[in-house]
Design a protein around this ligand. Sequence first.
Ligand code: F6P
Length: 358
Amino acid sequence: MKKRIGILTSGGDCPGLNATIRGAAKALYQRMGDKVEIVGVLNGYDGLINGNYREMDPSEFSGILTVGGTILGTKRTPFKKMRVIEEDQVDKVAAMKKTYKEAKLDCLLCLGGNGTHKTANLLSQEGLNIIGLPKTIDNDIYGTDVTFGFHTAVDIATEVIDRIHTTAGSHSRVMCIEIMGNKAGWLTLYSGIAGGADIILIPEHPYNIEKVAAAVEKRAKAGKNFSILAVAEGAYSVEESKMKRKQWTAQRAEEGHTTATNRIAAQIEQMTGAETRICVPGHMQRGGSPCAYDRVLATQFGSYAAGLVADEHYGVTVAMVNNHVTCNPLVDVAGKSRLVPDDCDMLNVARAMGISLG
Ligand code: F6P
């Protein structure tokens, strides 16, 4: 009996999606030969809702190990709207189940982050055979030590910090680099340490602007003519942490500072007199070819998923735990996230190096 395996990529893209698709596909063909057919669902859950899928040719999985983005396309289709009937009157859950049946799928691989995993779990609970694969540059999926895409983004953000160092030194400036990560600070923490940032501010650890300014001044007094701040896009201050998100975003807008980086740079300039500049590498952190680490991880994850398909082990997502590839029940992962804990080793390394965490 032939098996038909669907694959989709959902949510924000990241380097390593194609490498994972390739890893799964090649390992499936290797195990099952012509007893497997692969169906590409286009643009994530949107394709599943709208019946946008096509049978893939094995040749389409060649030459994509190094290619950034996703050959299947992706889209953000918010989980919280999945059960909401909107103006178009489409019952999204029923539509996804219909497409799964119509495409005669035996299983669907869902590559994505936290939102993707919530919908994957919903579909699994609705009786579909689902396997998740954890992607995100944020590295914040519960139950796995690492996600594919993260290390490539660390490399890119580190290169930005490296390059900013020379211009900061030439101009004797304080440079604030905004690193992606709204809720999770992993990317800022790792790239900040790799790039030798002087101050690292992450959402899990609200900053005190007095301490940030003091760290800048301490460096100046020690004869350092510049300072580098790695600031997570979702960083917020101790005062802001006591307010509702809506309140502090309104307050920032009133002050004319939309992002944490903007606000911090302006406050440092005012408090220390140092000239400041902002650098926002933005989606560059999600673009281009995956690094070697992510290519290996993607291949490990993809081939493990093929084993799960062969064993008909569904309702799980692939994970790396203590250097071993394994899987966790979707129901245990959905709706949770993995943030930087207070006792994180890497935070202790930063403290030991004299890096200010604000
Ligand atoms: O989840 C990955 C991520 O890059 C976050 O770090 C960032 O906050 C968000 O996606 C940006 O999303 P979008 O691409 O939709 O602007």
